[in-house]
Ligand binder design. Structure first.
Ligand SMILES: [Fe+2]
Ligand SMILES: [Fe+2]
Length: 173
């Protein structure tokens, strides 16, 4: 029987990772709403769905950068990937702002796929790596940060979607 790697590495048990994965679940829901609006809705609905997505992704990416990415800052093995993910935040936010009107639906759908892939990479690669490499002091600071900042639904420190964390991760980097 194959045992999911997260059962081994324990990253699903860490509250700070649970919060970040909960935010990813909210982002995925809002990506789904954008796709649905592009395929079936009016331009107004596309714009509203994109704005709804941007509000949570901007907050979430800031929390990652201020928290997890900063804690990994001294890890030379991770710094290249962290820089790349930080750069993706900038690029994704800029493109969301530029394409949020839905005038180019195919580009907007591609952007949704790229945003989903970004979150997937963090879930399956970065978070398990962080679980194995960060100190207990880092996790205490991250828990405080996640508890003190408002969540994507405006609830302080609450994961947006509990129980939605992925069951598999590579644990590799
Ligand atoms: Fe991210
Ligand atoms: Fe993320």
């Amino acid at each position: 029987m194959e045992v999911p790697v997260c059962t081994y590495c324990g990253c699903d048990e860490e509250p700070a990772i649970q919060s970040l994965r909960g935010e990813h679940a909210t982002i995925e829901e809002r990506i789904g709403a954008v796709v649905s609006a592009v395929e079936h809705g009016s331009p107004d609905k596309v714009q509203a769905a994109v704005a709804n997505l941007v509000s949570v992704f901007a907050l979430h990416s800031g929390r990652e950068e201020e928290g997890l990415f900063a804690e990994l800052g001294g890890d030379t093995a991770a710094s290249g990937e962290v820089d790349r993910l930080r750069g993706e935040h900038r690029e994704l936010l800029a493109r969301l702002a530029a394409q949020g009107t839905g005038e180019r639906p195919e580009e907007l759908l591609r952007l949704m796929a790229q945003l989903s892939h970004h979150a997937d990479t963090e879930d399956t690669d970065l978070f398990p790596y962080a679980m194995q490499s960060l100190s207990s002091g880092s996790w205490e600071r991250l828990r405080e940060l996640m508890a003190g900042a408002p969540g994507p639904s405006g609830q302080s420190g609450e994961p947006a979607e509990s129980g939605s964390a992925r069951e598999t991760c590579t644990g590799e980097y």
